[in-house]
Design a protein around this ligand. Structure first.
Ligand code: FPP
Length: 367
């Protein structure tokens, strides 16, 4: 009897009952079956996807790269709440005085509490229902602002802590053998925020990509970015290009970052491309299919069989999808949690996966 497993299962069941429930365009253009309704754990069985991942073209790739060395030690509280290694990129704007102070505070704590990529999650893959794990999880990282406001600190501090959570979730996704994680880092609508907040977020994205790139490379994470790259500045664009290129051969986990992204704008752009092709006589409108439209969406950064997330996780208390992957979410299971993103941890992520394991996916068909 594994007590830790017992605790996890309790948490998962509790959560389930409570819930009731391009790459940068141009940089890397790039089925599920019904599920049992029982939440169960397979112990000791080989993971069905452990030895194979799927490349851009849908072919099998037998790379056996692993995320981190196995360790039974649970991350300390400091590690769970630790900061990314911080360091302002040269020549970048730093936002308001209060945001600068938040950055300085975060920078000070970073040197002592940065969690290591080598620390395995306390919850091991074998404690989850491996046979029913999602392959692709999409995440709306919501609640940074409210988390900060509740604590009387600058919103910038909330975003900084949000990056810490992201690292935890990436580590879990790797350790638990998920195939893809798409995270909503900056929406088309986020451009309406104050200049200071936008500048800070752009700076944070750039710093994070630069600082974490060696770990992402080492841990086998393949970075792709989807969104309107025409909207971002040269420094961030260069950091993205560098991260995408440096991780292009990785096969362990895809980290797909939605940045300057909006699903409606994406669908409009795809419609324009198809209309242009049709107007030029290159395409018969009768030949426009769901698959063809999908090929024109920003999610073509992912292989065709991975584009539709199996599970969407949204912490932060809201129950909406907010212009995120509207086409791709058609049959995605939606999981909402009240915890704010900076507080969202490994157990919360495991609870979401446990809830997903109990869903019966029918894709419109009968049982
Ligand atoms: C939403 O919280 C969060 C964001 C707009 C930014 C999230 C971005 C990160 C955590 C950086 C990720 C970094 C990389 C490299 C992918 P909110 O401010 O809308 O929260 P609120 O609803 O409480 O105001």
């Amino acid at each position: 009897m594994n007590l830790r497993f017992g605790c996890l299962q309790d948490r998962v069941m509790r959560a389930a009952s409570l819930l009731g429930a391009s790459t940068v365009r141009g940089l890397h253009p790039g089925a599920s079956s019904s599920r049992d309704v029982t939440v169960r754990t397979v112990r000791g069985a080989a993971h069905p996807r452990a030895a194979a991942s799927v490349d851009e073209t849908g072919g099998a790739d037998s790379s056996g790269a692993n995320v981190g060395a196995k360790s039974k030690r649970a991350p300390t509280a400091a590690e769970r709440k630790g900061s990314w290694r911080l360091g302002a990129a040269p020549g970048r704007r730093q936002g308001s005085a209060v945001e600068r102070r938040a950055l300085e505070t975060a920078s000070t704590t970073a040197s002592t509490s940065a969690p290591s990529w080598k620390d395995e999650p306390a919850i091991g893959a074998l404690e989850l229902d491996e046979a029913h794990l999602p392959r692709h999880v999409a995440v709306i990282m919501d609640g940074n602002g409210r988390w900060a406001t509740e604590r009387g600190v600058a919103v910038a501090e909330g975003h900084e802590r949000g990056v810490d959570t992201l690292r935890t979730i990436v580590r879990c996704a790797g350790a638990w053998d998920l195939s893809a994680l798409t995270v909503y880092a900056f929406s088309h609508e986020n451009w309406r925020r104050s200049r200071n907040e936008v500048d800070h977020l752009m700076n944070l994205l750039e710093r994070t990509l630069v600082a974490e790139l060696p770990s992402l490379v080492e841990e086998g994470v393949k970075v792709t970015v989807m969104g309107d790259m025409g909207m971002i500045d040269d420094g961030l664009r260069a950091a993205i290009t560098n991260a995408v290129d440096a991780t292009a051969a990785n096969t362990k986990l895809r980290l797909n970052v939605a940045l300057a992204y909006g699903a409606r704008q994406d669908i409009v752009a795809a419609a324009r491309m198809l209309a242009t092709e049709a107007a030029g006589g290159l395409l018969d409108p009768e030949d426009i299919t769901e698959d063809l439209l999908g090929e024109h969406l920003a999610s073509r950064t992912l292989p065709a069989d991975l584009r539709e997330p199996d599970l969407l996780v949204r912490p932060g208390g809201e129950r909406r999808v907010s212009n995120f992957l509207l086409w791709e979410l058609a049959y995605t299971e939606l999981y909402f949690a009240d915890v704010m993103w900076p507080e969202f941890g490994e157990e919360d992520f495991a609870a979401a996966l446990g809830w997903y394991a109990g869903r019966q996916r029918r894709f419109g068909a009968r049982g």
